[in-house]
Design a binder for this molecule. Structure first.
Ligand code: DI6
Ligand code: FE
Length: 413
């Protein structure tokens, strides 16, 4: 006996080999204990629906997709940078603001000042915006604390969001995001603290699912990033990287060398780095919101990713500086309009490939045995998800087979 059965749906399974979107028309989907128990054309259903499932729902031919996955966010942070936005509009560059002590460091000050309750409250508002658009899994990075206590505070808030809301939150330690004032002129000393002291301590508390760094002229060098990755490897933690966003420091090749889950941004990645990503199975995470907000012009090497078979994901990069983007749907449209992804590639980017970028094998596709995370959209065709500029949320969302009704209040305060 199934727990629930959905009928009269067009299901974008995102399963390879089934044609565009892995689409099945007039499909049925059944769940049992939070997983998909049956999926296929309704005519192939064994036995009458009412006798097979405790509950039967009809969906008037709406589209079903996997629950959306945002595989790169900085959702938990203090304050905002609207003032900097105005300064950039008047001509200041992102790098100039960073070198003058603004940029990431201004969010570090605000994050350090905020207590855990305030951080949680602000993060909940942003989380609700993502969840309203059908996000059922997201990654949340630290990186605005830049000392042990404040990085821990950010990661604890991320964990709490995952336990309070019907959403999966994975955590990423991004200690090597920027150089805090205590370590000015001692980047190597800072990397030592991140790699040798804080990472093991936070990992021991179960707060770290993956490790990231900002490998960039205004961030950390490839040699420093390597030391962070070596520390992660000691602890058996997977790595990913902010790589080649504003310049080519070889970051994408470096993270591939460590068998990393993803290289993110990748506008300036070289042929050699792309080949290394292909060989390692490292996903290219495209962040068109940051490209848009910084008015960048250098496109990521999309054709080379296609030719080499590098999987592409799409994420919001939700952060207060370069991507105050509260909409994964808008990121889908940006990925198509700015980077010329096809709507199929864009949707793969927030489902099957985003799951890969988080090392999650149990979601991102709709197939028997997978988690029953899915969204029901009042749309005729899945391409509309990327076509509309914005466009709002799904009619219904299910996480592990349970309907997510409303978005709050959180299960506990
Ligand atoms: N992600 C990041 O972490 C940096 N750029 C990006 O795309 C900077 C974020 C910030 O300015 O706060
Ligand atoms: Fe980022």
């Amino acid at each position: 006996m199934w727990d629930s059965l959905w009928l009269d749906a067009r299901i974008a399974t995102m399963v390879e080999g089934l044609g565009p979107y892995g689409l099945i028309d007039d499909a049925a989907l059944a769940t049992r204990e939070g997983h998909i128990a049956w999926l296929g054309p309704a005519r192939d259903l064994p036995g009458s629906p009412e006798r097979r499932a405790r509950e039967v729902h009809r969906l008037s031919n709406h589209c079903i997709t996997p629950g959306l996955i945002d595989c790169h966010t900085h959702l938990v942070h203090g304050g905002n940078r609207a003032r900097e936005f105005e300064m950039r509009l008047q001509g200041a560059s992102y790098q100039e603001l960073a070198r003058a002590g603004g940029g990431i460091l201004s969010t570090v000050r605000a994050t350090r000042e905020a207590d855990e309750t305030e951080l949680y409250r602000d993060a909940v508002a942003r989380l609700r915006a993502l969840m309203a658009e059908g996000v059922t899994t997201l990654e949340v990075k630290s990186g605005y604390g830049l000392d042990r206590e404040n990085e821990m505070k950010q990661l604890r808030v991320a964990r709490r969001l995952g336990s309070d809301f019907r959403v999966t939150v994975t955590t990423t330690f991004l200690g090597a995001h920027a150089l805090p004032p205590e370590f000015a002129d001692d980047a190597d000393g800072y990397v030592d603290a991140v790699a040798a002291l804080w990472l093991p301590a936070l990992a021991a508390q179960g707060l770290v699912d993956a490790v990231d760094a900002f490998c960039e002229g205004i961030g950390f060098s490839a040699a420093q990033t390597r030391r962070v990755f070596e520390a992660a490897r000691e602890l058996d933690l997977p790595v990913k990287l902010h790589a080649d966003q504003l310049s080519d420091l070889g970051g994408a090749g470096l993270v591939a060398e460590f068998g990393g889950w993803s290289a993110d941004h990748v506008e300036y990645s070289s042929e050699a780095s792309i080949a290394a990503m292909a060989a390692a199975g490292t996903v290219a995470v495209l962040l068109p919101g940051a490209f848009y907000a910084l008015r960048e012009t250098r496109m990521p090497p999309i054709d080379a990713f296609r030719e080499r078979g590098v999987a592409m994901a799409v994420a919001t990069d939700l952060n207060p500086g370069t991507a105050p983007l509260l909409s994964l749907r808008l990121a889908l449209n940006f990925a198509c309009t700015l980077f010329r992804l096809t709507p199929i590639e864009a949707l793969r980017g927030v489902t099957v490939n985003a799951a890969r970028a988080l090392g999650l094998a149990d979601r991102g596709r709709l197939a028997v045995g997978q988690r029953a995370d899915f969204a029901v959209w009042p749309l005729e065709q899945p391409a509309e998800l990327a076509y509309w500029i914005g466009g709002g949320g799904p009619a219904r969302v299910f996480a592990a087979g349970q309907e997510r009704t409303g978005l709050g209040p959180p299960m506990r305060q």
